[in-house]
Design a protein around this ligand. Sequence first.
Ligand code: SF4
Length: 165
Amino acid sequence: MEPNGHRQDIAAVLKGQVMTTRFDKLLGWGRKYSMFVYPFVTACCGMEYMSVSASHYDLDRFGAAFPRFSPRQSDVLWVVGTISHKLAPLLLNVYEQMTEPKWVVSFGACASCGGPYDNYATVQGIDTILPVDIYIAGCPPRPEAVLDGVLKLQDLIQKSKQPWK
Ligand code: SF4
């Protein structure tokens, strides 16, 4: 009998039935397919958000479209549209009430940099008040750009260190 004969027997018995992984990877895999989204929709980009969520583009198939209208049940904040300085404290309030770990998507030019509104009333990019994880370009973004943003967010979640305690 080979010195490691016993180990080979066990491997033969378990072949195809057991999978090994790291806890961090497993948690990332679970999180990226179970995003609970808080859509903070303020302006015309909202139409694009609705179209991506509808049947043709079917955002749901990425595990990315389950909207929760309570921040306490959400872990991904989608900021969709123009944010004025008057509205900014409310956006911050929503972000602070969300569960940890949490992520932020900046949807469209207005959320990312103020868009066409280069004036005193508009926040010139929500990253001046929030930590943004993914920016989706466009005025409004094409649905394909939105889906690309979702895939990038999933990749980012999968590769992140996973806080769990
Ligand atoms: S980026 Fe364009 S489409 Fe989106 S909210 Fe601003 S002005 Fe409207």
